[in-house]
Design a binder for this molecule. Sequence first.
Ligand code: GUN
Ligand code: FE
Length: 432
Amino acid sequence: MQSFHGSFVHTPRRGELELLRDTRIDVTDGCIARISADPPDASCVTTGDNEYFLPGFVDLHVHAPQWPQLGNALHLPLEDWLWQCTFPLEARCADLDYAHAIYTALVRTLLRHGTTTAVYFGSIHVAATCELARLCAEHGQRAVVGKVVMDDPAANPGYYRDESTDAGLAGTQQLIEYVRDLPGELVLPAITPRFIPSCSDSMLQELGKLTAATGAHVQTHCSESDWEHSYVLDRLGKTDTTALDDFGLLTRRSVLAHANFIGADDMRRIGNRGAGIAHCPLSNAYFADSVFPLRAALDKSMHVGLGTDISGGPSASLFDNARHAISSSRILEHGADPSLPAARRGRKHSRIDFRDALWLASAGGAEVLDLPVGRFVEGNRFDAMLIDTARIDGGIYPDTGDDLDALVQKTIYGATPNNIRQVWTDAVARLH
Ligand code: GUN
Ligand code: FE
């Protein structure tokens, strides 16, 4: 048994901050067995002054093979960026040694940033994607990992696509079996059609059948940009959401990246299926042509969390994305074009605040994945980070009069990796 004692902050429900003070959490086999007011003993990990535990963060959308491109190549529109920069980069993961090196660095960096759960797109390569899953298990990061599927010869470069529909399907099955055979329970497989434009109809149909047969998570891009959204409308005569549903790819365990251009019908359909959205606010500033209507989705009780979209977004930090989720919701509310009168500039009632942002980064992401993490409640896994607000080399200055709201708000807006002393998954410390 491991025990933790001191201050714990989390969002038991969206919009609600809870501080558990002088609290003891006892963990058995990684699972929170008891939350009590019992005193600490010598074996407890305890919080000092200016410290508290937060739930580990859940990054719902990461492209692992794009890690070497972080912060680069953000000048192009989505389609050009894919063809000129991103497909050639991902193709390098045919080299397993190269993939091992960049994936090791990525997993360790994300843990250092407080990301205890990550949802990864690998590349089209089965061996490299299996290695990514193995590295997550080795380094103790909870993860959902998928081999990217892109089989349509008309829509993908010859040097970077599945050899055939059958080969892409077989590779997906191989990845699922490999991940399910890994030791431990931290890593799960995902069925991963890159997006509708990269896949043939028959591939999408077969992946839908595989989803039903395996019960695996699904991840894909959905209605991300004007180009992507209208490409699918032109090809299939329906929205991404309807098409994914018709292919059997919209389930309780589906993660739709972006979803900027979903309409009211799409929202209803996604909500009815219990599927989730990975809101990627930094990436959206570069590639999405719009701001995701986050407030509207939350008010409809849709499942939503946050994604870095490495390398569509230029930061590995979910704190950065939580901040930007707040900022971009404010920009949507106020509008952006100063030549318009204030009353016509924005979309009223669009803002979220730091409490919503914390919820999205933790409990919201966990809800999307249907995983028992993101909140300190009995029965959940103990995935956490220890925040030290007083680090002189961090990004926070705790004032003596700060109440809980002030301290947490400052953390969301200011925390850097230096403010994270340790992270745990299943109550095992993962930073060394
Ligand atoms: N759509 C298809 N592939 C990608 C990708 O790698 N990143 C983003 N942001 N959108 C995509
Ligand atoms: Fe993406």
